[in-house]
Ligand binder design. Structure first.
Ligand code: TNX
Length: 543
């Protein structure tokens, strides 16, 4: 009958119609400018082609893969031909005149095409991330993209996330997943904490004992809830990434606009090194092993001695690392160097005298400057934790400030570029709730709203020329109490989402309630889709 025919046609048209477009007002991190256009939405189907200008060939395949994973639609990918007007297309365009800032993109959809214009790979990657948020998440084939123009660029140049793979070791697959999380959030730096008292996690060809000995420890502290007593799992624990693994991750990150900053932590935090090479220590003792308890580790000597063979070692190791990583910056640690061991060492004292150094702080600076010189020869700059400023240091070193606002401002006043990573509120190893049954964390309390309301620009610098030394900020993920990828995800989500907005979006547009709405509308469905664990009770806990 007519009635059934109409009903069937109605049903079919509902099933076959492209899925509704996603609203541009739900994007995270919030774009600088969104203009709704009075045109028809762009319909994307199997006929749509992804075109690219030559610098963005790999990003075109990246977009194709992500679109396919999200919608099931496998689009063709083709180079863009100059002068040819494309219809029914998604175009990745090199257009410095339209996107006239670093990392900027202009996304425009209407008239049957979506174009993303940028002047660099990062801009294209961010345009892609935004486009994917304009596409429905359900597994539909065809879909619509609303007619819209988005002009967008970051507020801060350095947007980082850190991961400690020493206290707990994570498979390469998870490191890549973590990089995908960063890319989604428009971060551009991954700080890879590769060495510490509790292990050495990167293959070094010239010093094989770093991997046969330093990469392994006898036991690991476990415990998952506050109520659980500390227990030790006596199984040998560890691992390391081969240089081939590292190359693979670097390549993976590069496609996603992410620079990887490796950290080799010296001259303190070197217990694992000393376990394999006791000759580099002030108090050589072959019975000491790789640490398996946490804390500022000076129970056993973890400080390198200023001997010729130590400096030879540092030159070689940093040489291998500098050759491997394209990053213009290499992190040399420099935090929490206990001066006790140098004080107690006649050899270190003699070295201090011989080199006219003021004291142990001067010796610490000497170490930093030596490594700085090795790296300068490789065209690299040094990043270190803020303790590297304890002595006088030349201003090319970038300071990663894990102390407060004032300390960050002081480093900038000394004309050092500064990355802000204050324990409060950017240590994501701290608690995000005060629920006594919450999963075990190290200490502190950094709930979601504290992260969201953080301003990386120290108060004392606002409106001052030195403000330009504040490059941005980073969330740190120390993994003493994160024994699995799921626990890392639980600690970073949703705090890293809040941080992405702190770093990317215009601080004038900050609104926590609106952030929560967009978090729930746009991002939490992604966590679920990624199969990621996340902290759910963020609405119950505020500062
Ligand atoms: C301090 S902050 C450390 C790390 C610990 C962390 C725990 C810094 C540069 N060093 O070694 O893992 O506290 O929150």
């Amino acid at each position: 009958s007519n009635f059934f025919r109409t009903l069937i046609i109605l049903c079919l048209s509902i099933i076959l119609a492209p899925a509704q477009a996603q609203d541009a007002s739900d994007i995270v991190p919030k774009p600088q400018q969104v203009i709704q256009l009075k045109q028809k939405p762009v319909e994307v189907d199997h006929e749509t082609v992804i075109y690219y200008d030559s610098p963005y060939a790999v990003q075109a395949s990246y977009l194709k893969d992500l679109l396919q994973a999200q919608t099931g639609l496998a689009l063709r990918v083709q180079p863009l031909q100059k002068g040819k007007k494309q219809k029914d297309a998604i175009i990745l365009q090199h257009a410095p005149e339209a996107a006239n800032k670093k990392e900027m993109y202009v996304l425009e959809s209407g008239n049957g095409t979506v174009s993303i214009k940028a002047q660099d790979v990062n801009g294209i990657v961010y345009g892609i991330q935004t486009l994917l948020q304009l596409v429905p998440l359900e597994n539909e084939k065809d879909f619509k993209v609303d007619a819209v123009k988005i002009l967008d660029y970051p507020t801060f140049a350095y947007r980082g996330m850190h991961l400690d793979v020493v206290r707990h070791f994570f498979p390469l697959e998870f490191v890549k997943k973590y990089i995908d999380y960063l890319a989604f959030h428009k971060f551009n730096n991954f700080h890879w904490h590769l060495t510490d008292d509790q292990g050495w996690r990167i293959e070094i060809k010239s010093y094989p004992k770093l991997n046969s000995i330093s990469s392994w420890r006898d036991s690991t502290l476990i415990g998952h809830f506050k109520s659980e007593p500390a227990r030790y799992d006596p199984t040998r624990y560890g691992g390391y990434y081969t240089q081939d693994d590292v190359k693979e991750v670097i390549q993976y990150a590069k496609v996603r606009g992410i620079n990887i900053i490796p950290e080799i932590d010296i001259p303190g935090h070197s217990r694992a090194t000393i376990a394999a090479y006791p000759e580099f220590s002030t108090h050589p003792d072959t019975t000491w092993n790789v640490a398996y308890t946490w804390g500022m580790y000076n129970r056993q000597n973890n400080v390198l001695a200023p001997r010729p063979e130590t400096f030879e070692f540092l030159k070689t190791v940093f040489g291998e690392v500098a050759d491997l990583f394209p990053s213009p910056y290499i992190h040399i640690g420099g935090d929490e160097t206990s001066k006790l061991w140098w004080k107690a060492s006649p050899q270190a004292q003699e070295f201090i005298k011989k080199h006219n150094l003021k004291d142990e702080k001067g010796l610490q600076t000497y170490f930093i400057e030596q490594v700085s010189d090795y790296l300068k020869a490789k065209n690299k700059k040094v990043i270190g934790w803020h303790e590297i400023l304890e002595g006088d240091l030349d201003t090319s070193a970038v300071v990663m400030n894990w102390a407060d606002d004032k300390n960050g401002a002081a480093a900038a006043m000394r004309k050092h570029p500064v990355i802000m990573t204050p324990g409060k509120p950017l240590y994501f190893d701290h608690y995000q709730s005060q629920n006594p049954n919450d999963s075990l964390a190290i200490h502190g309390y950094n709930p979601l709203d504290a992260v969201y309301n953080y301003n990386p620009m120290p108060t004392a610098l606002r409106g001052k020329p030195e403000a330009r030394f504040i490059l941005g900020a980073q969330g740190n993920v120390w993994t003493e109490y994160m024994g699995s990828p799921a626990k890392v995800e639980y600690m970073v989500f949703p705090r890293m989402t809040a941080l992405s907005e702190v770093l990317w979006s215009n601080p004038q547009n900050k609104n926590y309630q609106d952030f929560l709405r967009r978090l729930e509308e746009t991002v939490i469905p992604r966590y679920k889709r990624w199969g990621a664990t996340y902290f759910k009770d963020y609405r119950d806990w505020t500062i």
